[in-house]
Ligand binder design. Structure first.
Ligand code: PAF
Length: 280
């Protein structure tokens, strides 16, 4: 991959990159289109598919994470990607007594709250693999989805702090017609859970409505409680967090106003779903 990327670079070809864990849906394909728009018809758009073990905790869903490479390959081709990069674990994290893998990239501030509380080793895995992928694919532009808002912020910080010569584009979340944010993990939901999963989107709508109607900023604690109760009216839904914060610094806000951001993580049955949005 790196040799190919260097060859492209010598020819002056721009490289646009969409890192994924596969099991692609329309949301991913919208990132491919965004990458194409960024590098133009003569650029190379690379999609990587790699279910990165270092961003999963031992009790998480690494083994059962959905995979369908044949389908992904077709979807990438249809979306106009030029190159599919599908490394193996042995490529990315060589094992073995002599030289086991031992270098990690850690962002220490933005990665602490929100997802970082329940998933304390997650972002270390994400920043490490994204840094490695950037060094292999050598993109001018990389596109990430806004659905993983904190991930995009952490990666932007890593890129700034470590001087990666990569422009990060954050593309909007794609939703199903009823509002559920597209995610490969939606596949885990039973029919009844799928209905209850709408609670995330509904919580965002409620928060927006409240903030729009309020004459002054609203106490975050009270709004959090209200949303938690609303979500947990669904028998199988349990809130992990509901958090209001500044969209750039990710610092929690105590008084919620227009322009603040809401992110939430909810377990629906055994499936942990996340969503977020701007309160406007
Ligand atoms: O968002 C994802 O799918 C993953 O976290 C990423 C960015 C591909 C890194 O493994």
């Amino acid at each position: 991959m790196q040799k190919l990327a260097l060859q492209w670079k010598r020819q002056g070809t721009r490289i646009g990159f969409v890192p994924t864990m596969g099991y692609l849906h329309e949301g991913h394909l919208s990132l491919v289109h965004r990458a194409r728009k960024a590098v133009g018809a003569r650029g190379q758009v690379v999609v990587s598919i790699y279910v990165n073990p270092t961003q999963f905790a031992p009790h998480e869903d690494l083994a059962k994470y959905p995979r369908d490479l044949d389908r992904d390959r077709k979807l990438c081709a249809e979306a106009g990607a030029d190159c599919l990069f599908v490394p193996h674990d042995t490529d990315m994290y060589p094992a073995g007594q002599a030289a086991p893998y031992s270098t990690y990239v850690v962002e220490e501030r933005l990665s602490q709250g929100l997802e970082g509380v329940s998933r304390p080793t997650h972002f270390r895995g994400v920043t490490t693999i994204v840094a490695k992928l950037f060094n292999l694919v050598l993109p001018e532009v990389a596109v990430f989805g806004a659905k993983d808002w904190q991930q995009a912020a952490v990666i932007q910080k890593m890129v700034a702090d470590l001087n990666f010569p990569v422009e990060i584009i954050v593309a909007p979340t794609l939703r199903e017609p009823d509002g559920l944010a597209m995610s490969s993990r939606n596949k885990y939901l039973s029919e009844a859970e799928r209905r209850q999963a709408l609670a995330l989107h509904q919580a965002l709508a409620t928060a927006r409505e409240q903030v729009r109607q309020a004459a002054e900023p609203l106490p975050a604690g009270r709004l959090r409680q209200q949303l938690r109760r609303q979500i947990e009216k669904n028998a199988d839904a349990r809130v992990d967090y509901v958090e209001f914060f500044d969209p750039v610094t990710l610092a929690p806000v105590r008084q919620v106003k227009l322009g603040d951001h809401l992110a939430l993580a909810v377990r629906v049955g055994k499936t942990r779903l996340i969503d977020n949005g701007s309160l406007r």
